[in-house]
Design a protein. Structure first.
Length: 84
């Protein structure tokens, strides 16, 4: 993955976009630290779809709750002082 300083990426944005559309994601840095990655729209859509496909459903999350029949220990809290 190619790295671009922010100013260079701004000056050569067309080259950054062309490279990303060619299947080569481009990392843009700000003050020497990675800031963003430019990638092709179809690759972004593919990654979003992949993330959704791997996410558990609400039903799966509910079924993952332990069913041991145990009880939760109550929290020991003191009431807060209220000025009336």
């Amino acid at each position: 993955m190619a790295d671009w300083a922010l100013q260079d990426a701004k000056n050569r944005f067309s080259a950054v976009v062309d490279a990303a559309m060619g299947g080569r994601p481009q990392r843009v840095t700000r003050r020497g630290k990675p800031a963003v990655v430019v990638l092709a729209a179809d690759e972004y859509e593919r990654l979003c779809h992949l993330e959704k496909a791997q996410a558990p459903t609400f039903a799966e999350l509910l079924l993952a709750i332990p069913q041991g029949g145990g009880e939760f220990e109550p929290m020991r809290l003191r009431p807060r002082a209220v000025d009336l």
